[in-house]
Design a protein around this ligand. Structure first.
Ligand SMILES: [Zn+2]
Length: 266
């Protein structure tokens, strides 16, 4: 059984501030260790359930966060960004049986995590796909669906875990914190690792792994920018239309076109 894991940091237990997510700040070294341990927990859970191959995509910022020697040995890690439009899911293909997401966070437009954002916290106030406020979970679950790979497990804040359950009721979740205004209330980091390990293991032993995810037939995308100048510039992307001063719209029946849009106009 081959498992793909996409790892972020803003949904890791205890992380509360951008400084803790930035390699330019001294607070970061502690939290990159916590991210590493949560990813290691998900790998151990997957291995306990019988996974034979695991590929981890380090998917936050520089994509050079995870301390790779702390992961179990059967794991391959993708660091850095190749430039492929799969972004946080770079490396996934038809050969995988299941995908997992670790350290994920609520979407731009939500108030359930002080670090809520989608793709780019600098660029986007909101991303809508088919009338729904899209999260990185949704965008990346659709990417997995391009290869018929079900997302079976997610850890992160309560908001994103709740969203994932609505989208896919069979998914196993490990919520480790919730946001209140600018604060976060987190469980103990070791308990977070334990919960992640248990839920990751359970996710591969249930029915969710046999599910073949389906993609919508059509994608109506709206990107609302923080800055009207970014919307104006992005409206010249082929197929994009300036909808209002801060929003562009884009429609396609091919999800890969959505991913290319997101890569080039953020
Ligand atoms: Zn991130």
């Amino acid at each position: 059984m081959k498992v793909f894991i996409s790892a972020d940091i803003e949904g890791v237990a205890g992380v509360n501030d951008w400084k803790e997510c930035s390699d330019e700040h001294p607070d970061y070294s502690y939290f990159k260790k916590r991210m590493t341990l949560e990813v290691a927990g998900s790998c151990e859970g997957a291995l306990d359930a019988g996974a034979t191959e695991i590929v981890v995509k380090d998917a936050h910022n520089s994509a050079r966060n995870i301390i790779i020697s702390e992961l179990p040995t059967p794991v391959e890690v993708i660091r850095g960004w190749s430039g492929h439009p799969y972004l946080m899911m770079e490396g996934i293909d038809d050969s995988f049986d299941a995908a997992m997401m670790v350290g994920y966070h609520d979407k731009a437009g939500s108030d359930r995590n002080p670090l809520a954002h989608t793709i780019s916290s600098r660029s986007f106030a909101a991303i809508n796909i088919n009338g729904t406020l899209a999260s990185e979970f949704l965008i990346n679950a659709y990417t997995a669906a391009l290869h018929q790979v079900p997302v079976v497990f997610i850890s992160g804040d309560h908001g994103i875990c709740d969203d994932a359950k609505v989208f896919e009721p069979m998914i196993e979740t490990a919520p480790v914190k919730r946001g209140v205004g600018g604060s976060t209330i987190s469980i103990h980091p070791q308990l977070a690792v334990d919960k992640i390990k248990d839920a990751a293991r359970m996710s591969l032993t249930g029915d969710a792994v046999a599910r073949k995810p389906e993609l919508p037939e059509y994608f109506d995308v709206e990107l609302e920018y923080m800055d009207f100048k970014d919307a104006y510039r992005s409206s010249f992307y082929p197929g994009a239309v300036l909808k209002d001063t801060k929003t562009i719209s884009f429609s396609t029946d091919d999800y890969f076109n959505v991913l290319k849009l997101l890569m080039f106009v953020n």
